[in-house]
Design a protein around this ligand. Structure first.
Ligand SMILES: Nc1ncnc2c1ncn2[C@@H]1O[C@H](COP(=O)(O)OP(=O)(O)OP(=O)(O)O)[C@@H](O)[C@H]1O
Ligand SMILES: [Mg+2]
Length: 258
């Protein structure tokens, strides 16, 4: 979908229990004379409170999928419908303008990446607060929300720390709080534990499971098959296609024997 073809997305009714409905996504990249099909007719439904893992080898299209779902890139074709008002008003992000994409990322989608992407000159507190500042939220509301979230993820003692003054696991916890601060519809995480040791990975997975149990919807990409097994459903991507799905729900303690 090129820029000229996009206009304001038209609302469609969807099942109010569905957070995200993805249909037949195709994304190709052309480099020189060769065309790579990074996503080949990917379809997926995420229901409220579901924790889904997308697993697959390097180059299978996982990051491409997150980028399209996260309103960071546009697929060539297909639909990505979010239940934007939580009551069944569906809007297709592939039809949106860049300005609407920005709003989706700020308010409706919580993004978490492998390399944390925190602002180095901002403290943990300020990094978490930033999306609320950009969304022009009231300072009192901001303070209460940021403090509560930092407490929830066990970082209330690190509020004034800069990213360089925190461990990798602590930095990733800050990005989780930042992703949650504007109360998004869904958390999209691309290899959130890719840089972490097994103990820290376990702690991050416990936070994800707590969030899921509190009703958050999570889509997590990982190449780590063992980690994927804690999710409710595990979908395998190979060469841009969904090739299998299985039920997860394995206790984290069984995976790493802590
Ligand atoms: N901007 C781009 N331009 C050209 N090709 C790209 C681009 N981004 C990704 N690709 C190609 O698309 C395919 C899917 O890449 P993607 O990054 O989505 O894989 P991945 O599953 O996230 O891999 P990894 O586990 O290594 O992170 C790969 O073949 C990759 O080389
Ligand atoms: Mg990737």
């Amino acid at each position: 979908m090129n820029k000229e073809q996009r206009s304001t997305a038209r609302a469609v009714r969807i099942d109010p229990d569905i957070v995200l409905d993805v249909h037949d996504l195709i994304k190709t990249y052309t480099v020189g004379n060769s065309t790579i099909t990074a996503l080949n007719k990917v379809s997926l439904t995420v229901r409220k409170g579901e924790f889904i893992a997308i697993q697959g080898p390097s180059g299978s299209g996982k990051t491409t999928l997150i980028n399209c779902l996260g309103a960071l890139d546009f697929p060539d074709s297909g639909k990505i419908i979010y239940n934007v008002d939580n009551k069944g008003m569906g809007l297709d992000v592939t039809q949106m303008t860049n300005k609407q994409h920005k709003k989706m990322r700020l308010r409706k989608i919580g993004l978490i990446f492998q390399f944390y992407n925190l602002f180095p000159i901002l403290t943990a507190y300020e990094n978490v607060e930033l999306p609320m500042v950009l969304d022009k939220k009231d300072p009192k509301v901001r303070e209460e929300k940021v403090r509560n979230l930092l407490k929830r993820i066990g970082l209330d003692e690190r509020m004034e720390h800069l990213p360089t003054q925190m461990s990798g696991g602590e930095q990733q916890r800050v990005t989780i709080a930042r992703a949650l601060v504007n109360e998004p519809l869904i958390i999209l995480a691309d290899e959130p534990t890719g840089e972490l040791d097994t103990e820290t990975t376990t702690n991050i997975m416990k936070i994800f499971l707590d969030l899921k149990n509190a009703g958050e919807s999570i889509l997590m990409v990982t190449h780590n098959r063992r980690i994927a097994e804690v999710a409710d459903r595990i979908i395998t991507l190979t060469d841009g296609e969904f090739v299998g799905e299985k039920i997860g729900g394995k206790p984290i303690e069984e995976i790493y024997n802590f």
